[in-house]
Ligand binder design. Sequence first.
Ligand code: C2O
Ligand code: CU
Ligand code: CU
Length: 398
Amino acid sequence: MEMIVENALDAPTTVHWHGLLVPGEADGGPQGRIAPGSTWRPTLLIDQPAATLWYHPHPHHDTARQIYMGLAGLIIVDDGNDLGLPHDFGVDDLPIIIQDRAFGTDGSLDYDADELGVVYGVRGDTVIVNGAIAPAVRVPAGFVRLRLLNAANAQNFELRFRDGRTFHIIASDGGYLQQPVPMSELRISPAERFEVLVDFSDGKGAVLETGPDRAMGIFGAISDSGTNDYVPVMRFEPMAAAAVVRRLPSRLIEPEAANPESAVQRRQFVLNNGVCGQKMRMSGQPDIPAIVGINGRTHDPSRIDVETKLGTTEIWEITSVGMPHPFHVHGAMFRILSLDDKRPPDHLAGWKDVVLVEGEAKLLVKFTKPATREHPFMYHCHVLEHEDAGMMGQYTCA
Ligand code: C2O
Ligand code: CU
Ligand code: CU
């Protein structure tokens, strides 16, 4: 598929297909710079299982602001096998892109990466879904599929329904889970996707809401009163409709077993931000005061940090310092082997490309796409201010 990406901004940008498994030169990382007024035409060969992905800009030091101002969207990879799941787009299969924003008194978006914003990531006091504040949607009175994406700069959303109803997770970043996982509370971290089935056959309206970001402790309040209240995300209003999905499938698609024995390498990555007083190298950008990096080094576009071999798997051990960091790898999917030495919960046991690392995470990363020194793949924290400040590295795959 040929994509035509025209840069109509007055700043350089790129477009990265987050979760799409394509070679480095088509990935839209920071080296894929598109100058204002010019056009990029990558050819994307899509050969991966059905999944919910997304796209967003990735320019050097300007990713956070550009996404905040609105550049982000969903990609649905469909393999034609609907498994009996709801798949009528906009009817019982809904894109739900969740973000938090701060608005100025005139209603304009207010992006301010001050020192605190760089240290903790920029957060807002208003939750938006697909760009709207607390929208409502009419849904058929049956199972409805929500394709949830957290496209916030930094906030982890703690989702639940106000009436406490159970919902079922059917897919994570890289595709289907083995079977639906029932939950009544779901944390979704920046860049994560979950596909969720919700049963509205009782015909009752329901409010999806989000609570304080538990990963941020006492700084995690989302409501503007600074309390631990939950705030509404959106509202669902079931209506009687003829064609609805009334059955929850018992099995989906079992991902291949994650075999750590297959790993040819083991690597460690320590994600540091400077809140604990460690001495790290400065980010090099005069207007970014915080000291942010991976393994004590800030991102350097001219340095290849890791070289991997095409067709192999590796164990990557990620440690967060300062605060929990959502760690993302381009050009590859991984399985979570452990989180703080414990097996991951079922909804995190499938293919992933981003994981919130609170302490330590062990990942089995599978490298299936090539990337050269000129167009390497990135790995980074998906708190966008951390990424811009240099909590990012790059790897080749050959
Ligand atoms: Cu969402 Cu470097 O990507
Ligand atoms: Cu990505
Ligand atoms: Cu981070």
